[in-house]
Structures are given as C-alpha cells and as structure tokens.
Design a binder for this molecule. Sequence first.
Ligand SMILES: *Cc1c(COP(=O)(O)O)cnc(C)c1O
Length: 435
Amino acid sequence: MRFRSTNSHESQVSFKDVLLRCLPPDGGLYVPAKDVDMRQFFLYMDEDATFPDLVAAVSPSLLQGELNPFSAARVAESALEFEPELKQLDENISVFNLHNGPTGNYKDFGVGFLAAALEELLKNNSRAMVLSAVRTGSGAILGRAFQGRRGLAGVMLYPTGSIRGLDSGGFVSNGGNIIPIQVRGNLDDCQRLRNEILSDEVFSRQHNITTANAVNLGRLLPQAFYYLYAFVKLRKRVSGDLVFSVPSGNFGNLISGLYAWKFGLPAGGFIAAMNANNALGDFMLGGEFDPRPVTATSSSALDVSVPSNYARLRSFYDEAPAVMRNMVFPASIDDNKMCAAMEQAWKQYGILLDPPGAVAFAAARDFSQSGKVPRAHTVILATGHPAKEAGLVKMSTGQTAALPEKLALMEKEAQPIALIDPDLDALKRAITDCV
Ligand SMILES: *Cc1c(COP(=O)(O)O)cnc(C)c1O
C-alpha cells in the first residue's frame, strides 16, 4: 500500500516514509492512497486466533513490499505482548477491552506497533529519533513503546510539572534509549519546540528526527486490526450487524475503524461517542463544522475542540457524504449521563468502565433504542483502565477498581535527563549531549 496527503493525489510514499516523516510537507495528513480488500485474510479466520496471529496475517498484505510475513510476525510479537479482550455481555452488546497494555490505554496498541515497525523497517541500517511533546499520559505510552528498541531513541519534551509512568531503567543515563527533557514552559512551548526542530532541516536530517503524535498514520493503521479481531471473535456468536461505539476526542480510533471497514470489515456502523465537546456531530449530520472552545468534562480524554484527525474525517465525507451519514452516528453524552452509565454497566453487567468507556456505553444504549440499525450488536470500545479513574468509578458504582500490578509504575514520578529553557538551541544541545 502507498500513502498520499489529504491535499494531493500525487507524490505517494511508502509506510516507512510515513513513519519517518509523520506529516506531508503540504500541510495535509497522510492517508492510504487507495482501498485494499483484505477479506481473504481475516473473514474466515479461526475464532481462537490470537491478536498477533491476526496482525501477522493481515499486515504483510497491507504493507506489501515493506513487511514480509516473517518481519510482520516479528513486529506483531514484539509490539503486542498484550491482547484486546472481547467480552460478550448479552445478545445485543459486547465490551471490547483495549486497556490491557503497559499503560492501561488503547493507544498502547498503535504506538507499540509503530515503534516495533520502525525498528523492523530500519533493520540496523540506520537510526532514527522519535521526538514528541507529551504530558504524563502520552509520555508513558511513548516511553514504554520505544524503550529498548534497536536503532531508535525516544525524546520526550514535557512542560513544567512532574511526569509519571516512565521507566527510568530505560533512560539514556542508565544505558537505555529514552531521553526525557523538561522544558521551562507549558505544553504549547513543547509543541513549538518540536515543530521548530522538525523544520530545522540540517539538524533533523542529521539525527533522522520524526514524531509519533496522534496524527502519525503509523498509529492508526494498526488500530484497524483490532476491529477486525473483534469481528473474528464475534462472527459465529452473533447474528446482527456489528456497530462499534467509539469514545472520540481526536477521532484517531474512529478513523481506524473506518479504515477497517474500507479493508472489508463487515460493519453496520460506528457511533462517534462524544461528550459535551460535540461540534463535529453537526458536521456529521450534514451541517458545517463550527468549532467551539473546549468544555472541561469528567471524560477529559475526549475534551477536544478541533480534532487533529479532522482532515482525514473530512476526506471520507468529501468522497461519499451520503454513505458516511448512514455509517457514522454522532452522539453526545453529558457528565450526568456518563456517571449514570457507569452505574448501569456495573449493576446490569458487573463491569467497571472508565469515563470514555461509559460515554461509549451510554451512546450505545441510546443508539439501540433509536432502531437505526435493526438487530445491531453494539461493541463498546473500553479505551482506558477504570483504575486510572478510580475516584469517579467509586462515586458512580461504589466499587473500588483495583490497579493491576503492571500499572503500578504509572504512579511513579520520573526525573528528567535535562531541564532546558524553551529555546531551540538549548534543545539541540541537550540532544547532542545524549547521543
Ligand atoms: C485518547 C483517548 C480517547 C480518544 O481517542 P481519539 O482517538 O483521540 O478519539 C478515548 N479514551 C481514552 C482513554 C483516551 O486516552
């Protein structure tokens, strides 16, 4: 498969280039240059197949010429030491737990695959540096995914304040490849520095610098695989069409579902489950996208004004607006309804959901009652571990969500390798000192 910018059908690039450049020079976002039908690789797959089995079967055909079956199997195995977990709750509803990774967040899948694929594609011949502006949550996800990868260094720029969830055993100071740098400033300063260093052609070429932020297509494609996996698990067990309820902020997860559908996933639709930050819903129903300032809610992972994947979503609608309106169903769930959904999921099914998961649950409930897709089987994507929001979970359900032992590190504070002023030269010096 080749990839192009949302702004142009010319100049197609390879997957490796997508990973190493992150953004096309014309200001668009990378998208697959054309649809590929991958049904033969998953439609009749045994329901006992593991997730790495599925990834190893599907990705060589998707990334033909770049990942052969052996390298794909290596990537799948090294990236995915954890599995998505599908639990059917009753005839009409399943919950899809995507928080079994090292940081308890669904983004572990996409970033983990990106890191492993980059390591494989560089094949010892060259080195690359993945530099990202992060906060605690995203820093932990990136740190854990890149830690120990051959030929790769992970630079984390984070603002004044603490950062938790990084494993200091993987830092350059301890012989590892992770370089956390604290910037005297806020997240905007970190993002500005990241953009400045990426556009410093000499320096960024010298160190082969790329970034792994939410818009890197290398994170979205592997997420498409778990939608196929959910289908494989449910194919023989349910009769209705699958409708996925996706808690959506920057819309990376939902776009991944749409890619899975383009690859041949038999899906009846996708619920774009938003909280009060729902301006994109108007656009999905045929109106204009009129962004509003962010409203702070209890499902803060979904508090986004202009989703960073908007251009990708837009390209789907430009191509086939009527089809999209029958495929993507926007929903908006306020905090009260979210908490009520947490309680209901516990009382009715004995499951604990984190706030985004509860938003998806409530949206799925409303959707089933709407009758838009008769006999739909809704799959709720549970994107975050409930123990990470234990206070809200306790308040809504009375239950204590236990933190799994492997997530204990998430609470631990890490010390930076360097503390710098928000200044490009200071950043370059800090990097040069480490490599
Ligand atoms: C990032 C995140 C989301 C939103 O995913 P998008 O791809 O940005 O729409 C949902 N839930 C959790 C727990 C997240 O961390």
